[in-house]
Design a protein around this ligand. Structure first.
Ligand code: CTP
Length: 404
């Protein structure tokens, strides 16, 4: 439909970028990027109406986002037609605007396009050898200024290495090292670096990427405090194992994994050092507060948990110790914990204890003839503790316990 709509409007339409790359790799990707040779916003408007999509145009950038009824997003960009007049008798040349658009992108593997116009539907357009690089598993920048123009691409390169098990090409690696020597990260805002680090952290196996960043001197270039020794590397690897484990539980509450890794990166730091890093990375106040309060809670929790272990505490006590701590803190604490039985205790809280709920309500207690008042919550709390400790289970048992 996109291709036909474009044709009717006299424009060629292409699917480009990550969508095409992932399609060729056989990886699902719901983010469709379209490039239109012509007025992309007008095209998006027409296509959006036909698809019943919501349209968010950015007139300034000549782009638009379509949000389909299914929730899927389609990005539409405009490739400008550029005419170059040559001197003397040479004719006016229309440089392929698609090619210009793709040349501005980061890596050859992201420059593949698929023709959507009816006459050429499905034809792969490969100006920069992207298909070969996909086959070889190579991440290659398109030109020598790529990283100077946009230093975040260095982190993207490392992210793609890890995600696809590719490797950065030799020349591209030289460009990265050169960019690091030029202190390229100095100019980059904390917010942009943080955004890239977050994307890296959310991938399946980010530690290899963090190690690669350290070995290339990138982390240190962002801030000297980000350099981590082998001991911390082991902690980060343990965080990766815990995060993977937690994801496989398919629980509703999803942690902000970047924060879990960040807690690992600043493990053992004093408050001032953490402050320097959250400032450099321009954490928003709410995130800074989350990191600081979680670190405070974790210190307290670690003491209580050790005590709980020594005294063979109950499940209800474990619940009291762990339930105030945010999920990110619990995952970090589980990774950091050396004592196997305490690690298990945290995992038991995350998998079962935190879900414990009381099957009876105030109405049941009222029905027992108790006058409404503070005693209600005391009774319900007592029932909850009994459930946590496994002493009562069914609703009948809970009613019986409440009556007592
Ligand atoms: N791009 C770029 N430089 C950047 C970021 C993006 O050149 N710093 C280009 C890439 O070529 C990419 C396209 O913009 O294909 C879209 O960006 P994005 O959606 O972030 O990239 P994807 O390749 O789809 O990556 P991901 O799968 O991680 O979203």
């Amino acid at each position: 439909l996109a291709g036909r709509t474009g044709r009717e409007m006299g424009m060629d339409v292409y699917a480009v970028g990550g969508f095409v790359r992932d399609m060729l790799l056989g990886i699902p990707n719901d983010d469709i990027d379209l490039v239109v040779e012509g007025d992309g916003v007008a095209f998006a408007q027409t296509l959006g109406e036909r698809l019943g999509a919501r349209i968010r145009p950015h007139l300034k950038f000549r782009t638009a986002v379509l949000i389909l009824p299914s929730g899927q997003k389609v990005d539409v960009a405009t490739a400008r037609l550029e005419y170059y007049e040559y001197p003397a008798a040479l004719p006016v040349v229309e440089l392929s605007s698609l090619k210009m658009d793709l040349y501005r992108r980061d890596f050859s593997i992201n420059t593949l396009a698929v023709h959507l116009s009816p006459a050429h539907f499905g034809r792969l357009v490969d100006f920069f050898g992207g298909q070969q690089d996909l086959k070889d598993g190579v991440i290659r920048a398109l030109h020598s200024l790529s990283f100077v123009e946009d230093p975040t691409r260095i982190i993207r390169a490392i992210r793609f290495e890890g995600r696809f098990q590719f490797r950065i090409g030799a020349q591209t690696e030289r460009l990265i090292k050169n960019a690091v020597r030029l202190n390229i990260f100095q100019r980059l805002s904390g917010a942009r670096i943080r955004h890239e680090l977050r994307l890296l952290a959310e991938d399946a196996a980010p530690v290899a990427g963090l190690v690669r960043m350290r070995d290339l001197g990138l982390l240190q270039a962002i801030h000297p405090l980000l350099h981590f020794p082998p001991s911390k590397e082991r902690l980060l690897e343990e965080i990766e194992r815990v995060v993977t484990w937690y994801r496989l539980l398919y629980r509703e509450e999803a942690p902000d994994v970047w924060i879990v890794y960040f807690l690992g990166l600043v493990s053992g730091f004093d408050a001032t050092s953490v402050d320097l890093l959250t400032s450099r990375l321009q954490f928003v106040p709410r995130r800074t507060e989350l990191v600081e309060s979680t670190r405070r809670q974790l210190r307290f929790m670690a003491m209580q948990l050790a005590q709980w272990g020594r005294t063979n505490g109950s499940s209800a006590e474990l619940y009291d110790i762990l339930s105030p701590v945010p999920l990110e803190g619990l995952l970090y604490a589980m990774a950091k914990q050396r004592k196997q039985e305490l690690k298990k205790a945290i995992s038991r809280f995350l998998t079962t204890l935190q879900d414990v709920h009381v099957a009876i309500s105030g109405a049941d207690i009222k029905a027992m003839g108790v006058a409404p008042g503070p005693s209600f919550s005391i009774i319900l709390e007592a029932v909850k503790r009994a459930v946590l400790n496994g002493r009562v289970k069914t609703r009948e048992e809970q009613l019986e316990h409440a009556a007592r």
